[in-house]
Design a protein around this ligand. Structure first.
Ligand SMILES: Nc1ncnc2c1ncn2[C@@H]1O[C@H](COP(=O)(O)OP(=O)(O)OP(=O)(O)O)[C@@H](O)[C@H]1O
Length: 261
């Protein structure tokens, strides 16, 4: 199970309260979009889910158990940029997670284990439409291709939760629409919960099952540093989208997406 429960979470840096009293239940297989003004703490929240930052107060549960205090293979992440390793090829970038976990310190796989990992990586690379670029390096790829690669790199570890920090924010509108279709397909096909930070409301409403807005509700100058952002809106998408299920009302918009679309 990949549901997330956030209970009375606060995040403070020194005197500055970034997030205050956040409580939310994110159901298994949801696709949550986090929106809100710049600097209100969306990335900080995502980094807490990743395990890169710890809550100052409160608890976060993943699948009913406390979140480990460091990033792990159960949580994949894709940033707006720099998610992939520049010195590894497309294939190398997708294989690296498997190599690191299976082979530990030497970061090498051998024999049958390597062949199986290469096959799995190639299948995933095909899923994201990069089969023709197996031996290319990230610098030789367009921005959209790099983000497709970053998705494949995260997904090979079969994360319970995929965390996306404005992953498509730097892409041109046409490329962005294509990658949205891919993202929908990946969410329908992989048993994971997705939490995505975005500035783009259209993107939020195109992809998500639920849109959560963070906001600093009290913003008097004298209180500026002593109040953090909290959840100001929690909007379920209607008609509802459900992972892996065609929608009776809007199958073209909300149902599983065919490969090649
Ligand atoms: N490691 C840190 N140390 C101190 N302050 C930090 C740290 N990380 C973030 N902050 C502060 O926390 C606040 C929220 O930052 P965060 O990046 O989470 O906001 P955001 O909503 O993601 O912003 P944006 O939409 O512009 O990316 C900012 O005031 C930032 O300066």
């Amino acid at each position: 199970m990949s549901g997330i429960v956030v209970e009375k979470v606060w995040k403070e840096y020194g005197d500055q309260i970034v997030l205050e009293d956040i409580s939310i239940e994110i159901e298994d297989r949801a696709f949550v979009a986090l929106v809100g003004p710049s600097g209100c703490g969306k990335t900080t929240f995502l980094r807490m889910l990743l395990g890169q930052e710890q809550a100052t107060r409160g608890t976060i549960l993943l699948g009913g158990v406390p979140l480990p205090k460091e990033p792990g293979p159960d949580r994949g992440v894709v940033f707006q940029r720099y998610s992939v390793f520049p010195h590894l090829t497309v294939l190398g970038n997708v294989l690296i997670g498997k190599e690191m976990t299976a082979a530990g310190f030497s970061a090498r796989l051998f024999g049958q284990a390597r062949r199986a990992a290469v096959e799995e990586a190639k299948a995933l690379i095909a899923e994201v439409g990069l089969s023709h670029a197996l031996d290319k390096y990230p610098a030789q790829l367009s921005g959209g291709m790099q983000q497709r690669l970053a998705l494949a790199q995260a997904l090979i570890m079969k994360p319970k939760v995929l965390l996306l920090d404005e992953p498509f924010g730097a892409l041109d509108p046409g490329i962005r629409a294509e990658i949205h279709t891919l993202m929908k397909r990946l969410w329908h096909e992989n048993p994971m919960t997705v939490v995505m930070v975005t500035h783009d409301m259209r993107e939020a409403f195109t992809l998500a099952t639920r849109v959560i807005a963070f906001e600093r509700l009290r913003d008097r100058p004298e209180e500026k540093l002593r109040y953090g952002a909290t959840i100001s809106r929690d909007i379920p998408i209607w008609p509802p989208r459900r992972a892996g299920e065609p929608s009776l009302i809007r199958p073209d918009r909300d149902g599983p997406v065919q490969k090649g679309q």
